[in-house]
Design a binder for this molecule. Structure first.
Ligand SMILES: C[S@@+](CC[C@H](N)C(=O)[O-])C[C@H]1O[C@@H](n2cnc3c(N)ncnc32)[C@H](O)[C@@H]1O
Length: 284
């Protein structure tokens, strides 16, 4: 992992790698377990990309965690999709903003023909994204840091249509204070909106950071951890209400064909309460 600037966090040696890995994981699983996770668009991009995945592939295969690692991205996508689709039942024309979008293909999985979807990421990342997933009338890009609040102006927000935010694999890299200020400003600006993100416990951060340290990447340690989200948001702002929170693998069906090691890692990380999903609403 390399850090390009205060606001830029990458996994991998280059900008490309940070965005390719979640895509690669989703493409892998979509091919092997389409009943668990189906994403033809991710498969298509992986297939057509002029990119050598062998380094990533052999790293995780050698550690015996290729399947587990790939599944983490699919569990996130499945849980985000479920929450968003539920929101769309009452808000069929909702605005969706995908924060730190990378090469995410959520739009292709959930589009109902009416939503307006924004993918926000740093300029270099968006430049790569648009080569593979071009903008359309209802799928736009915003080339800005999430901490550059001027992006609020890029979003066509109307209270009656609703707004839903996705943030996968993003907030853990930043200091709590920075994330808190962002949430508070979003809550003021987008009242009635909802946001789902993935987070890690203090122990989860410690373990991730140990790995990062070993790999010599101290500069991108995980900083923001979540213990009790209810208490956290009560401390942060009266305008942030917890809608739902659950352990990372709780809603993942345990497919009998999953590898032994995958199931074991799912059990261990669940027992240690390492990862979770958090869904909040910004109150009026
Ligand atoms: C681990 S990747 C996750 C990508 C995507 N959410 C997915 O699931 O495929 C993290 C993403 O966050 C982006 N990112 C990092 N810092 C950011 C910032 N300050 N503002 C916006 N995006 C950022 C990176 O460029 C990268 O695309």
């Amino acid at each position: 992992m390399v850090k390009i600037s205060d606001d830029w966090v990458l996994s991998g040696d280059t900008v490309e790698e940070t965005m390719y890995m979640p895509l690669w994981g989703r493409g892998n699983i979509s091919k092997i377990y389409p009943k668990y996770f189906h994403d033809p668009k991710a498969e298509e991009i992986v297939k057509n990309l002029d990119y050598d995945f062998s380094k990533v592939e052999s790293f995780y295969t050698n550690k015996g965690i290729k399947e587990y690692y790939s599944l983490t991205f699919c569990a996130r996508a499945n849980n985000f999709d479920d929450a968003l689709l539920r929101y769309m039942e009452n808000n069929p024309q909702t605005i969706v903003v995908n924060l730190g979008a990378g090469l995410d293909t959520t739009f292709s999985r959930i589009d109902n023909g009416k939503i307006l979807f924004y993918n926000l990421d740093l300029p270099d990342a968006i430049e790569i994204r648009t080569k593979f997933i071009p903008e359309t009338d209802r799928q736009k890009c915003i080339s800005k840091s999430v901490f550059d609040y001027s992006w609020f102006e890029n979003v066509k927000f109307s209270r009656d249509k609703g707004i839903f935010f996705l943030a996968g694999g993003l907030f853990m890299y930043f200091e709590e204070e920075k994330v808190k200020l962002l949430f508070k400003d979003m809550a003021e600006r987008f009242s009635g909106g909802e946001l789902i993100f993935d987070g890690s416990s203090k122990l989860g951060c410690k373990i991730a950071n140990r790995g990062l340290q070993k790999a010599g990447h101290e500069e991108v340690m995980w900083r923001f951890h979540i213990g009790n989200p209810k208490k956290l948001f009560a401390r942060w702002s009266k305008k942030i209400e917890l809608v739902d929170t659950y352990a990372y693998w709780k809603r993942t069906p345990k497919i009998p064909q999953f590898e032994k090691k995958t199931k074991k890692l799912m059990r261990i990380t669940s027992f240690l309460k390492m990862g979770k999903f958090v869904h909040v609403r910004f109150l009026e």
